[in-house]
Ligand binder design. Structure first.
Ligand code: HEC
Ligand code: HEC
Length: 407
């Protein structure tokens, strides 16, 4: 079994590689490392709330205890600050966007478009991910085997210059931090959140707070959860049939969308220190030129590894709240859940014409778990009904995650 050996990547404090789509190397590395050296001793604190992770997250019994890195324990003060920062347009260089511009609570923190524009109008090549139970993923983003900690990954939306999301490049950094220094309310929140540090506002503190807030975005109150928790009336007969089909050997969905979070990219408090199973698959979305290639602008893990066998390898997304997060796949190329299931039933997607023409069904790189299958309309309806039973109304309306500036 192929595994990700955590030792070869190391923790936040020792990471040295931040590479985004198309191997755009970020310029923030030197900043990050020096900042880490300075702050590692002051920002590592034990939970000041005397609450356990489960208590802070208000986890129901059926959810496993998640992994939280020792270097950034959850505290209510960091979570609160992170919530403000998530909705804060001052965090983009030109003050045009916040995290919420692409991660909207009513859409389970996705944005409803195939590929979003960054704050300067730069077109991204990937679909905005929903932020649902991110705390349980072992790897972050659609396809990256080096982002194992949120504190690493969050540099990308804030600091990347190609493509620009919030656009806080080295040139803009000081000015952006100064905006927070000049704001008394923020200064007070930073001081409360990092009581053992001096009162300055740093990018590390911003990232640690945002990571803490994102870790609280837990969806565990869907009808499916109520069913798991013992309420056998929470799912209809059709939804239960769909659940069984989803977990059966014909549809095969469960192999990759596995476990409590419906993704092979998974860890919790008990699994964190183990080597992590390699959670990436080619699901036959493209077969450009017949050799298994994907469209040039995004070939998944291959863009990082340059190993041709890695073309089209992406992380199975959690299916929680999937009803709300269309369009689907890493490039937003499939519009509806019915078309997603038709893609799997066909054994891959056919792109008829254009530069990306090819039949994913015949891709030499496609996973053996995508052989195609015959399904009746009733069976497809049942699987869709089951997927829709993963929608969590409480999650998308909870005031814990809503915009604090609108209160
Ligand atoms: C311009 C749109 C945009 C903005 C602004 C943005 N994101 Fe994202 N976000 C994305 C896209 C696109 C992805 C997928 C990236 C990839 O796969 O490379 C993503 C992925 C993520 C992920 C990984 C989720 C997972 O399941 O692995 C997290 C966490 C995240 N964003 C948080 C944030 C935070 C916090 C902010 C604000 C600091 C932010 N994003 C700002 C578009 C955006
Ligand atoms: C071999 C592993 C594998 C199997 C089996 C599989 N999937 Fe997937 N699934 C993936 C991967 C990988 C992605 C992301 C692919 C991409 O973005 O290019 C994905 C994406 C999806 C998405 C889109 C997620 C989003 O947020 O855009 C849905 C919905 C989905 N799968 C449902 C299913 C269903 C239903 C089944 C069973 C019929 C199934 N999958 C079987 C690996 C798999």
């Amino acid at each position: 079994m192929k595994v990700i050996n955590k030792k070869s990547f190391g923790s936040f404090l020792s990471f040295i590689r931040v590479i985004h789509v198309r191997v755009a190397v970020l310029t923030c590395m030197l900043f990050m490392l020096s900042a880490c050296d300075l702050e590692s001793s002051t920002e590592i604190e034990t939970s000041s709330d005397n609450l356990t992770t489960r208590e802070i997250l208000e986890l129901p019994d059926h959810m496993p205890t998640p992994y939280v890195p020792d270097f950034n324990p959850l505290t209510n003060a960091k979570i609160q600050l992170g919530r403000f920062l998530f909705y804060e347009t001052m965090l983009s260089a030109n003050q045009a966007q916040s995290c919420a511009s692409c991660h909207d609570q009513s859409l389970a923190f996705s944005d409803g478009v195939a590929q979003p524009l960054g704050s300067t109008g730069h077109q991204l090549v990937r679909n905005s991910q929903s932020l649902v139970n991110v705390i349980y993923y072992s790897t972050l983003t659609w396809s990256n085997d080096t982002f194992l900690e949120l504190e690493d990954q969050l540099n990308v939306p804030i600091r990347a210059d190609n493509p620009v999301e919030l656009g806080v490049t080295d040139d803009e950094l000081e000015e952006v931090l100064q905006r927070f220094e000049d704001d008394h309310e923020y200064l007070a929140m930073f001081t409360t959140a990092f009581p053992d540090s001096d009162s300055s506002v740093t990018m590390n503190k911003i990232i640690f707070s945002l990571a803490s807030f994102v870790r609280t975005m837990i969806s565990a109150s869907s009808p499916y959860d109520k069913y798991l928790a013992g309420d056998k009336t929470a799912l209809t007969a059709q939804e239960i049939e769909g659940y069984q089909l989803f977990n059966g050997e014909k549809f095969e969905c469960f192999h990759c969308h596995s476990g409590i979070n419906f993704s092979s990219s998974y860890r919790d408090a008990n699994k964190a220190t183990d080597a992590i199973e390699f959670p990436f698959f080619n699901n036959g979305l493209y077969n450009v030129g017949g050799d298994g290639s994907y469209p040039e602008e995004d070939q998944g893990l291959y863009d990082l590894s340059l190993d041709p066998a890695d073309k089209g390898l992406f992380r199975p997304q959690s299916l929680r709240n999937i009803e709300l997060t269309a369009p689907y796949m890493h490039d937003g190329s499939i519009a509806t859940l019915r078309e997603v299931i038709e893609h799997y039933a066909r054994g891959g997607t056919l792109t008829g014409s254009g530069v990306n023409a090819g039949d994913g069904k015949n891709s030499p790189l496609k996973s053996v778990l995508i052989p195609g299958f015959d399904a009746t309309d009733e069976e497809i309806d049942a699987v869709i009904a089951f997927l829709e039973a993963l929608t969590d109304e409480e999650f998308i309306t909870s005031s814990k995650f809503s915009n604090p500036f609108e209160e």
